[in-house]
Design a binder for this molecule. Structure first.
Ligand SMILES: [Zn+2]
Length: 253
């Protein structure tokens, strides 16, 4: 780290849990953010400001006026622009040292595989079950930690699936495919703006902890946030041995 970096990241380096080594881990990392919307916005901004070396920002949508209530990565004068590109511009203004790679299309197939294989940590900030399950499968295949967040109406949830270790549960263990609850889209159901900020920021917390190797990740625990009552609780869950994605039967295929 040079003098500028030591100064810029000094408030992290002052934390004994992070120190120079932890900050170096953050600087040396590549983080994939799937979705540059309500959750991806604060997550990307904190990860760039904290010095993540490379951010891969994947989103195929364009900035719409109805996004601006909560998607703080984008500004009114960027309406109509691809969100991944608008995000890159905003992040360049926050920390030009962070290389932002743009994937301006739906992340699937080869593109997904390649992006996940390069990532130190993956953040699921998307809004549909199909992508969530595809990202989970790719993270399992490449043994990557997955930080997942969701928010709808006044309800938020966060959990970490640290698939570097075989004993840890995956997203599918907790939310099996086929049992997907009716997909609730913000466009239909509404979403309380700062709740996406809370959930996305918590995802950034968990990602930085993993990169700096500090603290206890939210593994095997689902954090549930009710912004109306402002109650938060964590529910424990374990690996499902019969899981179609990470279970024993799946592993033998
Ligand atoms: Zn599983």
């Amino acid at each position: 780290m040079n003098d500028d970096q030591l100064l810029r990241y000094s408030r992290h380096i002052l934390l004994p849990e992070i120190d120079v080594e932890g900050q170096q881990g953050i600087i040396d990392s590549t983080v994939l953010i799937v979705g540059a919307g309500g959750l991806g916005s604060p997550a990307a901004m904190y990860l760039a400001s904290a010095g993540v070396g490379t951010l891969i920002l994947a989103d195929g949508d364009t900035v719409d006026l109805t996004n601006l209530q909560r998607q703080i990565l984008h500004r009114e004068d960027q309406a109509g622009m691809l969100k991944a590109e608008s995000g890159r511009q905003t992040l360049a203004g926050i920390n030009p040292a962070t290389q932002v790679e743009v994937i301006a299309q739906r992340l699937e197939g080869e593109l997904l595989e390649e992006a996940v294989s390069r990532a130190s940590v993956v953040l699921d900030c998307c809004d549909n079950f199909a992508t969530r399950h595809a990202v989970n499968r790719a993270c399992l295949r490449y043994r990557k930690p997955l930080v997942s967040g969701a928010a709808v109406r006044f309800d938020g949830q966060v959990s970490v699936y640290d698939l570097r270790y075989v004993e840890n549960p995956c997203y599918h263990c907790l939310f099996p495919e086929g049992e997907d609850l009716a997909e609730m889209r913000c466009a239909v159901t509404g979403i309380f703006a700062p709740l996406t900020g809370v959930v996305g920021s918590l995802q950034a917390c968990e990602a930085l902890k993993i990169l700096a190797s500090c603290g206890e990740p939210l593994v095997g625990r689902l954090l549930l946030i009710d912004a109306l009552s402002m109650n938060m609780r964590t529910v424990r869950y374990g690996r499902d041995p019969g899981c179609a994605v990470c279970g024993e039967a799946a592993a033998q295929r």
